[in-house]
Design a binder for this molecule. Structure first.
Ligand code: HEM
Length: 476
C-alpha cells in the first residue's frame, strides 16, 4: 500500500495488510469512499479510524473529536501541508513558491466586504453568461433548449468568478475561461500521477511532470499582460482611465496588498490561478448538485420563485435580497447535506506528534480528515436524516431564538463541514460568502428566466471518484 502503515494501533475499515490494503485503496478510488466512511462512522464514531488511500493512509475524525482537531493550530495540524501533499502543489500549481499567501486574506477581507458593491457586476455577467449559454429564442420562453448541465454551469460560474477576480476583459475571453475551468483537472491529474510514485521518487516525478506544458503556463501568458497593464494604468493614469469607475475586482486588491518584495506579475498571476483552483471547481460542482435536486423535487420551484420575487421586489437584485432568501438558502444547504462535494473535509497533516483526549497518539506526518458525508447523514444531528426536506433549515431558523444564522448555508460548524473545519490560521473558510452569493444568484437568475425540466424524471446519478462526489456530467 502507498506509504508506511504507521498507525497500526488505530482500527481500520477495509483491508489492513501492506499488500491487501491496495484492494481498499482501489475500492476507495472506484466509488467505494462513501460506503467505507459510513461503515467506519457506524462502528467508530467519536473514535479515530483509518482507511487506505492510494498514496497514504487517512485517519478519520468524527463526532466529538472534530472539535479537538478544529482547535489544533496550523503549526500542529496543517491544512497547507495536507493540501500541498494532496495536490503536489510544488509541482502542479506552484503554491509553495508563495511564502506569503496573502490572497487568502484578500478573499476573506476585501472580497467579502465588497460583496454588496459587486452584486451589479455579478448580475451583469450572469445575464451575459446565461444569454451566451442558453439563449432565449427571440427573447421569449417558447423554445426549449437541450443543455448539458454541468459544463453549462461550469462556464457560467467561471465567467462570473473571473469577472469578480480579474475584471470584465477576461470574463469574456473564451480562451481564458477554458483555462480557468481546465486548470483544476490538470492539477488533479498531475497530482494523482506524482502521488502514485513512492515518496523517494516523488520529487523526480514532480520535476519531470513540470517539463510537460501546463494549463497554468497558458494562464500566465494571458494573465501577466493584464496585470502589467493594470499596474501601468494605476501608476500612470490617463484622462481616460481617470474618468472611469475605480476597478472593483480582486486583482486590484491583490496589487494593493502585495508586499513590495513579492509583487511581481508572476506572483499575482500565481495567486489568481490558485484562486481559480479553489473557487471555480467546487462552486460549479455544488451548484449543479443543487440544481439536480431542484428539478428532482419540482414542488420547491414555485415557493422558491415566490421568495425570489418577494425579496428582489423589496430590495432589488442586491445582497440584501439574497440574505433574505431563507428558503433558497435552506434548500441549498439540504442539497449539500445530501450531495456534498466531498466525502471527507478538513484535511490536515500533523507537523508534530499529537495525543487526543482519549489517549490516542498520532505521529507527525499523519494525514487526517473529518468524515463529512456520514456526519451530514447522522440521525442524531439531523432527524430523518435520509429524507430530503428543503424546508429543514428554514424551520430551524424560524424556531431559533436568535436570527438563526447558525442554520444558514455560510455557517461553519462541526455538524456542517462542506466549507471545511472552520477556524484555522485565525479564520473560517475565506470564500464562502462569495460562493453562496454566486450560487444563489445563478439559481435565482435561472428560475426567474427559464423553466427547467429533466427529461429523465429521476435525479441524475452522482459519480464517486475517490472522495469526490461528482454530479452526472452528461445529464441534460
Ligand atoms: C461551494 C463552493 C466551495 C466549497 C464547497 C469550498 C470548500 C473548501 C474547503 C473544504 C476548503 C478547505 C478548508 C479547510 O479544510 O478548513 C477550502 C479552502 C479554500 N477555499 Fe473554498 N470552497 C468553495 C468556494 C470557494 C470560493 C468561491 C473561493 C474564493 C473566492 C474559495 C477560496 C478558498 C481558499 C482561498 C481556500 C484555502 C484556505 C486556506 O488556505 O486557508 N473557495 N474550500
Amino acid at each position: 500500500m502507498a506509504g508506511a502503515n504507521t498507525n497500526a494501533h488505530i482500527p481500520s475499515v477495509g483491508h489492513d495488510g501492506v499488500v491487501v490494503s491496495w484492494i481498499t485503496a482501489l475500492q476507495w478510488v472506484f466509488g467505494g469512499a462513501p460506503s467505507l466512511l459510513t461503515a467506519g462512522y457506524a462502528k467508530y464514531k467519536s473514535r479515530l479510524f483509518r482507511v487506505a488511500n492510494l498514496d497514504h493512509w487517512v485517519v478519520l475524525v468524527s463526532g466529538r473529536m472534530i472539535e479537538e482537531l478544529r482547535k489544533m493550530p496550523e503549526d500542529v495540524a496543517s491544512f497547507l501541508e495536507a493540501a500541498d501533499d494532496f495536490m503536489q502543489s510544488t509541482y502542479t500549481h506552484k503554491r509553495c513558491l508563495l511564502e506569503n499567501p496573502f490572497h487568502v486574506r484578500v478573499v476573506q477581507q476585501q472580497l467579502t466586504k465588497h460583496l454588496p458593491e459587486l452584486c451589479d457586476a455579478v448580475f451583469d455577467e450572469m445575464a451575459y453568461s446565461f444569454a451566451a449559454e442558453i439563449p432565449l429564442s427571440d427573447g421569449d420562453l417558447a423554445g426549449w433548449h437541450d443543455v448539458t448541465v454541468l459544463p453549462t454551469i461550469q462556464n457560467i460560474i467561471a465567467r462570473v468568478s473571473t469577472r469578480v477576480l480579474v475584471g470584465p476583459a477576461l470574463a469574456r475571453n473564451p480562451e481564458y475561461i477554458k483555462i480557468a475551468i481546465n486548470f483544476t483537472l490538470d492539477v488533479v491529474i498531475r497530482a494523482r500521477v506524482i502521488n502514485f510514485f513512492p515518496n523517494l521518487l516523488k520529487p523526480l516525478a514532480g520535476r519531470l511532470s513540470m517539463l510537460i506544458p501546463s494549463v497554468m503556463d497558458k494562464g500566465f501568458s494571458i494573465l501577466e499582460p493584464v496585470i502589467a497593464g493594470q499596474k501601468l494604468a494605476r501608476n500612470a493614469p490617463t484622462l481616460e482611465t481617470e474618468a472611469m469607475e475605480p476597478n472593483c475586482d480582486l486583482l486590484n486588491w491583490l496589487i494593493d496588498e502585495a508586499p513590495p518584495e513579492d509583487c511581481s506579475d508572476r506572483t499575482i498571476a500565481t495567486l489568481l490561478m490558485n484562486l481559480n483552483l479553489a473557487a471555480i471547481y467546487s462552486t460549479s460542482m455544488v451548484c449543479t448538485h443543487i440544481l439536480y435536486n431542484l428539478v428532482s423535487w419540482p414542488e420547491y420551484i414555485e415557493p422558491i420563485r415566490a421568495e425570489i420575487s418577494e425579496c428582489t421586489g423589496r430590495h432589488g437584485w442586491t445582497k440584501l435580497a439574497f440574505n433574505d432568501m431563507v428558503l433558497l438558502d435552506s434548500f441549498m444547504k439540504e442539497s449539500v447535506r445530501h450531495n456534498g462535494g466531498s466525502a471527507y473535509s478538513g484535511i490536515r497533516k500533523l507537523k508534530r506528534p499529537v495525543r487526543f483526549e482519549d489517549g490516542t497518539d498520532l505521529p507527525a506526518g499523519t494525514f487526517l480528515a473529518v468524515a463529512a458525508a456520514p456526519t451530514h447523514l447522522d440521525e442524531q444531528l439531523y432527524p430523518n436524516s435520509r429524507t430530503f426536506d428543503g424546508y429543514r433549515f428554514q424551520k430551524l431558523r424560524e424556531n431559533s431564538l436568535d436570527a438563526g444564522a447558525q442554520h444558514s448555508m455560510v455557517a461553519v460548524n462541526n455538524d456542517f463541514l462542506v466549507f471545511g473545519l472552520g477556524k484555522h490560521r485565525q479564520y473560517f473558510h475565506p470564500g464562502r460568502f462569495f460562493a453562496v452569493l454566486e450560487m444563489k444568484a445563478t439559481l435565482a437568475y435561472l428560475l426567474m428566466h427559464y423553466d427547467v425540466v429533466l427529461p429523465s424524471q429521476t435525479r441524475p446519478k452522482d459519480r464517486w471518484v475517490g472522495e469526490s462526489c461528482i454530479p452526472d456530467p452528461n445529464a441534460r
